[in-house]
Design a protein around this ligand. Sequence first.
Ligand SMILES: [Zn+2]
Length: 114
Amino acid sequence: MPVVVQSEFNCPSCGSLSRAPVRGSVNAQEEPSVKKAIIDGSFFDYVCESCGSKTRLLYNMLYIDPVRRVLLYLIADGGLDAQARMMSAAKDLPDHEGFILRVVDNMNDLREKY
Ligand SMILES: [Zn+2]
């Protein structure tokens, strides 16, 4: 089962606190619909519970494509230790031997390199 945690964020439009389910990792093979949503960007769109406005929330996430043997780590908050954090996230995976590991820090890179 994918791990989903609730993350709190302040709506950029009305400032009220909303909760959004965020994912630690996505497996493209197991969840083709999620893969599609990531590529078109809608995966990161959240609707404010108070005013209904849509906002895009990027967060750190591991993207796994077992077919192409690619492991992408999306780093939303930058930082020089991105690679280290990805490796640390990757080591929890059961089987990633021989995968291509890449760190991306924005949606466009994720789309291009996925
Ligand atoms: Zn709002």
